[in-house]
Design a protein around this ligand. Structure first.
Ligand SMILES: *Cc1c(COP(=O)(O)O)cnc(C)c1O
Ligand SMILES: [Zn+2]
Length: 401
């Protein structure tokens, strides 16, 4: 049986205790498995479909899970973009192909299953959008109510639409994400809702399977895994999972964990580049990539460790670089992602152009969410359709034929 361990002071808590922060030091908790007692043979994993649940021995759920077949997302070779920047081994793992259109589903299938396992009757989160969409979906699947708090006016249209349609109680806060998270945290502690932000240790267990799948699909450990960083839960989760595979002897090296943030919201980048012991929160984060518009990343401590322990790095990209890569992925590769997702590949283009990459590196960029999540940002970049009369000559002249 696993337990919960404080990532800062090492205090240990039982697995069924509902606790998000260490009682002695206030830092976050992580699931720790008795890796010495777990026997996994690769053949068993390989015999199951590629999905979050392929790796169930390294997940905390002991009941039939609340699932919609999440994970098993495609790993695409970015042939054209890779050629252009001189990195032939460039890949994108398209997490937008999950049931609700983002990697958050990997976390929520595990997180909502754990809510059921722990006997919780309702769930809640604060969200820049995708967490709320995913929680609404999985709460519907489980048949329990969900409350989601959003920063008013700063959530992409598709994500709000999902949260509403799947039946969550949606509240818009006149404030930013960081404030919404503080409020929902208080609400959960005082009223017993189960909190499913990335401070929840179980949710991150599901997300770590991105790294497992990437290795299984590539047939080797990539040299580098690149993720957009908001709350820094995902990059921490992937690193934790890979450390577990290493401890189990299933892999013998770790990829360089590389985080990309938007120029207007880059506390993790500043901490890495200035070699600070911890991040200094940013009061007014701003970027078109709303999914990573976060000034006080709650998982920053773990993310700094992940980046530093693997010889990785963190860098920022401008909104213009993000949108330009969103268009290139769409038009050169046929891969439709939301702005935050394009940040990972934009970061790699920037590193390649600055001569910071070895051309032989095998690089997996996690593209985190689907194009249709944020239709407004898409439409704003495109020419509107040409409207013509319903006759052939008007059509031919519009097409300049
Ligand atoms: C949540 C999210 C992120 C950021 O992930 P963190 O774990 O908060 O760092 C990036 N991209 C998309 C599309 C997201 O939904
Ligand atoms: Zn502690």
């Amino acid at each position: 049986m696993y337990d919960l361990v404080c990532v800062h002071c090492g205090a240990v808590y039982p697995p069924d205790e509902i606790i998000y922060n260490c009682r002695s030091c206030g830092h976050l908790l992580a699931v720790r498995y008795p890796l010495g007692e777990i026997s996994i043979d690769r053949k068993t994993w390989d015999s199951r479909p590629l999905s979050v649940w392929r790796y169930r021995e390294l997940l905390p759920v002991r009941i039939p899970p609340v699932t919609l077949n999440e994970g098993g997302t495609p790993l695409y070779h970015l042939e054209k973009i890779g050629k252009e920047i001189g990195i032939p081994g460039l890949y994108a793992k398209h997490e937008g192909m999950n049931p609700s259109g983002s990697f958050k589903d990997r976390g929520m299938t595990v997180g909502v299953s754990m809510a059921m396992q722990l006997g919780k009757k309702s769930v809640a989160c604060a969200s820049t959008g995708n967490t709320s969409a995913s929680l609404a979906v999985y709460a519907a699947r489980a048949g329990i109510p969900a409350v989601v708090l959003l920063p008013a006016g700063k959530v992409a249209l598709g994500k709000v639409a999902q949260a509403l349609m799947h039946g969550a109680k949606v509240i818009s806060i006149r404030g930013n994400f960081d404030q919404a998270l503080e409020m929902v945290h208080d609400l959960c502690l005082s009223h017993g809702l189960y909190l499913l932000n990335s401070i929840n240790p179980f949710r991150l267990e599901g997300q770590k399977t991105i790294g497992f799948e990437a290795i299984d699909q590539l047939g080797q450990v990539p040299d580098r895994i690149v993720l957009p960083v908001g709350n820094a839960g995902n990059i921490s989760a992937v690193y934790k999972g890979l450390r577990e595979l290493e401890s189990l002897g299933l892999i013998d090296r770790l990829p360089m964990m590389t985080g990309v943030q938007a120029a207007g919201s880059q506390p993790v980048v500043r901490a890495i580049q200035n070699n600070l012991p911890e991040v200094i929160p940013e009061g007014n984060p701003e970027t078109v990539a709303t999914a990573i518009r976060i000034g006080a990343p709650v998982n920053a401590e773990k993310a700094l460790t992940a980046i530093r322990m693997t010889g990785g790095t963190a860098l920022s990209v401008t909104d213009a670089e993000i949108l330009s890569m969103q268009r290139d992925l769409a038009r050169l590769e046929g891969i439709g992602v939301e702005p935050a997702s394009a940040a990972s590949v934009a970061g790699i283009r920037k590193m390649a152009e600055s001569g910071l990459l070895d051309r032989d590196e095998k690089i997996v960029c996690v593209v985190t969410g689907h194009l249709l999540k944020d239709p407004e940002t898409v439409i704003n970049q495109c020419e509107p359709p040409v409207v013509v009369d319903a006759d052939i000559s008007s059509l031919l002249s519009a097409l300049q034929l």
